[in-house]
Design a protein around this ligand. Sequence first.
Ligand SMILES: *[C@@H]1O[C@H](CO)[C@@H](O)[C@H](O)[C@H]1NC(C)=O
Ligand SMILES: *[C@@H]1O[C@H](CO)[C@@H](O)[C@H](O)[C@H]1NC(C)=O
Length: 182
Amino acid sequence: MHLLLVHVLLFATTPLQTALTVALRSKFTNVSYEHNTDYFTRMKSWLTTEGYLNADVYVDRSLPPTMRTSITVQFQIENSRNYHTLFNYDVDTCQSVKSHTAGSLPSLWFRNVRKYGNLSAICPMKAGYYDLRNFHVEDKSIPVYLRPGNYRIQDTNYYGKNNAKARQRRLVSTIILQMQLY
Ligand SMILES: *[C@@H]1O[C@H](CO)[C@@H](O)[C@H](O)[C@H]1NC(C)=O
Ligand SMILES: *[C@@H]1O[C@H](CO)[C@@H](O)[C@H](O)[C@H]1NC(C)=O
């Protein structure tokens, strides 16, 4: 986080920034997910050949109104299996979905998800079928300070206290995406 801030500050004070910025493109290269069968009848997620994300989600009963979302973005260290954590957010899901203030990464994320389906249209989600089609990170919304390479995005929905005692944290669903910026 600290390194990233330094990076942002350096870039922000460089007048040549715009001239040097090459717009990056993104594609998802892998997806894996898990869901709590107390809440979902079924969930399916897959990537298209363009590297876009699709999902079919069958909610069995209303998701907990106190649900929280934790989003972690990591950068894969070159020629290594290790990742360096760039961002980590933990927010009240519904507050963030309803939030109209731009800026925070989670609300930007939810707004993007909403554009490509009806997954985050209502909060908390009620029983029913929801879909997501051709979801991708649009070129213009890729922060200029991100470098080309492989990223890992984990979005976990849970309820209960988020503390060291993991058993107090109940998983609702989680999705792990590998993303390539090039
Ligand atoms: C995709 O991710 C899953 C879970 O991390 C892993 O088991 C699988 O090998 C990955 N597939 C590819 C093609 O990298
Ligand atoms: C979400 O959209 C799909 C089709 O795109 C539709 O079949 C489904 O009924 C919608 N779900 C809700 C809860 O409105």
